[in-house]
Design a protein around this ligand. Structure first.
Ligand SMILES: [Zn+2]
Length: 320
């Protein structure tokens, strides 16, 4: 469901984050707490995209509740505050970023070199946090879809940890975008076959749906419980009432990148639509008809208003 018009009183409104501005670890809007006992460093990251604030509501709620690690350390980061502070409820889709998409710049080359934008300066400031992280949960939401998804990237360990967390129950295994590297695609989180740092990206529902804040809180609580860094009792207000059920894995078979001036879907897809027959036309990229490459093709996160070079949709199939 497209929602590009002004927010209404029934929508999810942005939180006031001013009290978290100072940070406590040398970086603005980054809070890190150490247990004084060995354990993993877990980072909860919100606002990679400035208008996706359900994750910021979750992080601020846990900070306000005084959630502390029982082992290792726990950090909360509010990433693209420059974009978030530009949020205008009359034009809610406008504050995704200031100069460039912050979740397309996490390749080693882009971080170290390349141009200096608002987003790259902040990414460089945040990188020391992520480079010491063992487990990262990057909280996002979606412009159209309401179905929560966990994106586990390309590594087997990411997939396995997403299964253990269990929320969101649909896990999408993909290799990212042509447009640039997401945080979860950084080699730190994807290289090597065995043990290693894990970064997951949760899509918690539609940006301005009130449910997305509840989903972000439940996913974060479940992630912290699975990581073993926060006591279950402390998380109980936000943990799901019953343990999560079985997960479903969707393997991305193809990422559709827009090649031409005008791209449109033939139908109003909602996300996670399944097209039964291979060869079905589902979109027009300029004059080019795009067909499903295989039977039972899942359309993952179809994105309207896409420009050339951007991802329009991922195609996939449900795993066994
Ligand atoms: Zn996002």
């Amino acid at each position: 469901m497209a929602r590009i018009e002004a927010l209404t009183p029934d929508d999810l409104w942005p939180p006031d984050l001013t009290r978290w501005a100072s940070g406590n670890d040398g970086v603005p809007f980054v809070w890190r707490f150490r247990a004084g006992r060995p354990g993993p460093h877990v980072v909860i990251n919100a606002l990679m995209h400035g208008n996706e604030y359900s994750g910021a509501i979750a992080a601020a709620t846990l900070l306000e509740a005084g959630i502390r690690p029982i082992r290792g350390s726990l950090s909360f980061a509010f990433a693209n505050m420059d974009a978030f502070t530009q949020f205008d409820p009359d034009f809610p889709i406008m504050s995704r970023y200031v100069e460039e998409d912050m979740n397309r710049i996490w390749a080693p080359g882009s971080l170290e070199h390349g141009m200096s934008t608002t987003e790259r300066r902040r990414a460089r400031e945040l990188w020391p946090l992520f480079t010491t992280a063992d487990l990262v949960l990057d909280l996002h939401s979606l412009q159209h879809d309401r179905i929560p998804l966990m994106l586990c990237g390309s590594s087997a360990r990411g997939r396995e940890f997403a299964r253990r967390v269990g929320l969101p129950a649909i896990i999408v295994a993909d290799r990212g975008h042509e447009g640039g590297s997401r945080l979860i695609d950084h080699p730190r989180f994807t290289e090597g076959d065995g043990e290693g740092p894990v970064a997951l990206l949760a899509e918690c529902g539609q940006h301005w749906d009130r449910d997305s804040a509840q989903v972000a809180l439940a996913v974060t609580a479940q992630f912290l419980l699975t990581a073993g860094v926060v006591d279950a009792g402390a998380l109980s207000p936000w943990l799901p009432s019953a343990p999560p059920g079985p997960t479903r894995l969707v393997e991305v078979t193809e990422t559709v990148t827009v090649r031409n001036e005008r791209f449109r879907f033939l139908k109003e897809y909602q996300g996670m639509d399944v097209i039964p027959m291979a060869g079905t036309v589902f979109a027009l990229d300029g004059e080019v008809a795009l067909r499903t490459p295989h039977d039972d093709c899942v359309l993952i996160m179809p994105s309207r208003h896409v420009e050339r070079g951007q991802t329009a949709v991922r195609l996939g199939r449900f795993g066994a």
